[in-house]
Write a protein that binds this ligand. Structure first.
Ligand SMILES: C[S@@+](CC[C@H](N)C(=O)[O-])C[C@H]1O[C@@H](n2cnc3c(N)ncnc32)[C@H](O)[C@@H]1O
Ligand code: SF4
Length: 383
């Protein structure tokens, strides 16, 4: 599929049953209930407005992310997918992923999501350790999560789950056995995230008060190394810094971002990269659900930012996203986007240090030694 033909649609469901203390995603708890029909109408309206603006496309991937999309009724998911299909054509092999929390209540809806058109589920398992799940503020137990994985396996062609590692007190030996157990429940894809202390979260407050101690750099590096070793040994190599898959089973929607293709962001706090009249535009919508819905009802979309990216900005974004991938970036595309080549001297010096390598096909990629310091490598190349 060519670059021009690859188009993804991201839809954000911004509600959760409770707020996890480490999370800074755009997620909100509403005890009064959520009017799903009203949200469906607003999603459909924003989809229509976006389609009017960019014109015909063939949707290759759809991702319902959150928040907790598995709190939606299957009818809500079906209506959102219908709205996408009404305004764009949809590829026959479209990948439709829904993010789900692995509680028993949510797992009962999996078959309904499948009937609505979802063909891939991504479960937020987070840990296979009940004490760690409690510390992370999760509402499920290990056995409940594994039962949800079993249901996902029977309901969907494809499923993945997320784990968070580098948790307080976690040793490389404990993580090794937890990961091996996780892989025995996994099929083709796993997302393995290092715990990040995000500003303005309860974890950030505990961390700065010394009440939550995360692994030091040396242990974090050992945990990262264990992750790569165990996952690769089981046929799930990293294709992106935190994502592992059997070759061919990568999340195609996330590849749309990392390969810097076009995508629409629908719903509160969603980001998009749209090609409008030949220009690449960066869009973002209002984050607060109630404000987003009022904007959509008043004007057809929830946009709060909509800017043309300069060529240099596009090349920088392409670099930032593409170097997360083990396949790296096409240097010619970098040059075509930005109108200038990457600095050969900087590449040469990073290559000498063993942090990047060039392939015969004209690609530049970060080496296993470079991935733990990816941010520094990107900053050096983009400078
Ligand atoms: C949009 S979130 C969550 C989806 C779903 N609501 C859930 O919690 O299961 C996607 C993933 O990001 C990861 N994540 C969120 N905050 C994180 C943090 N501070 N550090 C590392 N991983 C994080 C979690 O693994 C989570 O499953
Ligand atoms: S981690 Fe998931 S369930 Fe927890 S607050 Fe964030 S989006 Fe919601």
């Amino acid at each position: 599929m060519s670059v021009a033909e690859t188009f993804g649609v991201y839809v954000h469901w911004p509600f959760c049953l409770s707020k996890c203390p480490y999370c800074d995603f755009n997620s909100h708890v509403r005890h009064v209930g959520v009017d799903e029909e009203r949200y469906v109408r607003a999603f459909a309206r924003e989809i229509a407005t976006t389609a009017d603006r960019i014109g015909a496309r063939t949707v290759s991937t759809i991702f319902l992310g959150g928040g907790t999309p598995s709190l939606m009724k299957p009818e809500t998911v079906a209506a959102i997918l219908d709205a996408i299909g009404k305004h764009w054509s949809v590829a026959s092999d479209v990948e439709v992923t829904l993010e789900a929390n692995p509680t028993s209540v949510e797992a009962t809806r999996f078959r309904g999501y499948r009937a609505a058109g979802v063909n891939r589920v991504s479960l937020g398992v987070q840990a296979l350790d009940d004490a760690a799940l409690k510390e992370l503020g999760r509402l499920h137990s290990v056995s409940e999560a594994l039962a949800a994985v079993d249901i996902a396996r029977t309901a969907f062609e494809r499923y993945s789950f997320d784990l968070i590692y580098a948790r307080p007190g976690q040793t490389p030996a404990a993580w090794r056995s937890e990961l091996a157990r996780a892989i025995s429940a996994a099929a083709e894809h796993l997302s393995l995230y290092q715990l990040t202390i995000e500003p303005d979260t309860p974890f950030a407050a505990l961390h700065s008060a010394g009440k939550l101690v995360t692994p030091n750099d040396e242990t974090a590096r050992a945990l990262y190394d264990v992750t790569q070793e165990v996952a690769s040994a089981h046929g799930l190599p990293a294709y992106e810094i935190s994502n592992h898959a059997r070759p061919g089973a990568e999340c195609r929607h996330n590849l749309v971002y990392w390969r810097y293709h076009e995508y629409a962001g629908i719903g509160p706090g969603a980001h998009g990269r749209l090609i409008v009249d030949g220009e690449r535009r960066a869009t973002a919508t209002e984050r607060r659900p109630e404000s987003w819905i009022m904007r959509v009802e008043a004007s057809g979309d929830g946009l709060v930012s909509d800017e043309t990216l300069t060529r240099v900005e596009q090349a920088d974004e392409f670099l930032l996203m593409g170097l997360r991938l083990s396949e790296g970036i096409d240097l010619q595309r970098y040059e075509a986007l930005g109108g200038r080549a990457l600095d050969a001297a900087r590449i040469a010096s990073l290559r000498t240090e063993g942090f990047v390598e060039s392939t015969s096909a004209g690609r530049l990629r970060v080496t296993p030694a470079g991935f733990p310091i990816l941010d520094a490598v990107v900053a050096d190349l983009a400078a």
